[in-house]
Design a protein around this ligand. Structure first.
Ligand code: PEP
Ligand code: MN
Length: 361
């Protein structure tokens, strides 16, 4: 029986970091009471810059083992080195997780898989910080090949220079969906905390994960989120977690006999994600056009450059053909994009002109 299939959704909650014994005990007590399946807490924290709190290490493992005993709730921690695995096993951690910054590194993942060879403990693998489905799949397979009893995937979003749709990490839903397509039996858990970076948006992403057929959720929970030592903005209280879970609409499994309407809803969700990405990309392209307008202004170049436009039509049509898109459609689409791009460049070249739109048709 799969460790993660005991509840739907399978809920993993707990603080970003195990800060003090009291904080661990208080959070675990509250989460056990609302029926959370697995308690999480970071004991070694991968911090972006040095000089901040990096976790309490082994001491925190003592607290987690104590909380498990007191409240009968299993616990999971992040491991990033073989030495972490050794200590996690010393305290009989119930499940281990691999963090997003570790998944990017196949050498490190292999070290961890080797350290776990022959150990019967479920492992959860967070997506790598970069949007690479192969790298994520590869990390999961390293643990499978090493004989892990069970491996689950955690979707925590992908980093970018500026977060799409106001999220800390872009969800990029087609990536976990592609992973599930490749590995249909894989347990998929969503981590709305690290995707959103914002406690007010946890509920919407948790619901989306349910709509996308995820099996579980990992949600950072702290008794006093504003005082959290790490990831304060995205943690919720156990009471708020309870409300989020109560309000979730948990959809049924998709099977061969899924009704047309459910299937339509599923496809629409996928399309919503793709459209969001298309709009974000177009916005980025327009920003770039404005930067080009600056360069053209400084160098006294024309906004419209016929040679460049010919090149765009040629290369984009070739790419379109390779993707089974009609040339006419793609050229038409690019005419619109290019038109808007020139309009933006003209606004940079001639900032005084009130309505440049009319000048370029
Ligand atoms: C965490 O779960 O607190 C964490 C560090 O996550 P990630 O690896 O997704 O950044
Ligand atoms: Mn965190």
């Amino acid at each position: 029986m799969s460790f993660f299939k005991t509840a739907k959704p399978f809920v993993i909650a707990g603080p970003c970091s195990a800060e003090t014994r009291e904080q661990v005990m208080e959070t675990a007590a509250a989460l056990a009471k609302i029926g959370v399946q697995l308690f999480r807490a970071g004991v070694w924290k991968p911090r972006t810059r040095p000089g901040s709190f990096e976790g309490n290490g082994e001491e925190a493992l003592v607290w987690l083992a104590e909380a498990r005993k007191a409240y009968n709730i299993p616990f999971t921690i992040e491991v990033a080195e073989a030495a972490h695995v050794e200590l996690a096993l010393k305290y009989n951690a119930d499940v281990l997780w691999i963090g997003a910054r570790t998944t990017v590194n196949p050498f490190q993942v292999q070290h961890l898989a080797d350290a776990l060879r022959g150990v019967k403990i479920p492992v959860m693998v967070k997506n790598p910080v970069n949007a690479d489905v192969d790298l994520w799949q590869g990390a999961i397979e390293r643990f499978e090949v090493a004989g892990a009893v069970e491996v689950a995937a955690i979707h925590r979003g992908f980093s970018g220079y500026s977060g799409a749709a106001g999220y800390r990490n872009q969800p990029n839903w087609p990536i976990p969906i592609e992973l599930k397509r490749r590995k249909p039996e894989l347990t998929m858990i969503c981590d709305p905390s690290h995707i959103t970076g914002n406690r007010n948006r946890i509920a919407e992403v948790a619901q989306k994960a349910m709509d996308m057929h995820f099996d579980g959720l990992m949600i950072e929970t702290h008794p006093r989120p504003d005082e959290a030592w790490t990831d304060a903005a995205q943690q919720v209280t156990p009471q708020v977690l309870k409300e989020i879970l109560q309000n979730l609409v948990v959809r049924d499994e998709f099977t061969k006999d899924m009704s047309g309407l459910v299937q339509l809803e599923y496809l629409r969700q996928l399309m919503d994600s793709l459209d969001a990405e298309i709009i974000d990309l177009v916005a980025k392209r327009m920003e770039m056009s404005e930067k080009m307008g600056e360069v053209k202004r400084m160098n006294n170049l024309t906004a419209y450059q016929p040679g460049r436009w010919r090149e765009i039509v040629e290369t984009r049509s070739e790419r379109a053909a390779a993707q089974n898109l009609s040339k006419e459609f793609v050229v038409e689409l690019y005419e619109k994009i290019h038109h808007e791009s020139i309009r933006r460049q003209l606004a940079v070249l001639e900032p005084e002109t009130k309505d440049v739109k009319e000048d370029i048709s």
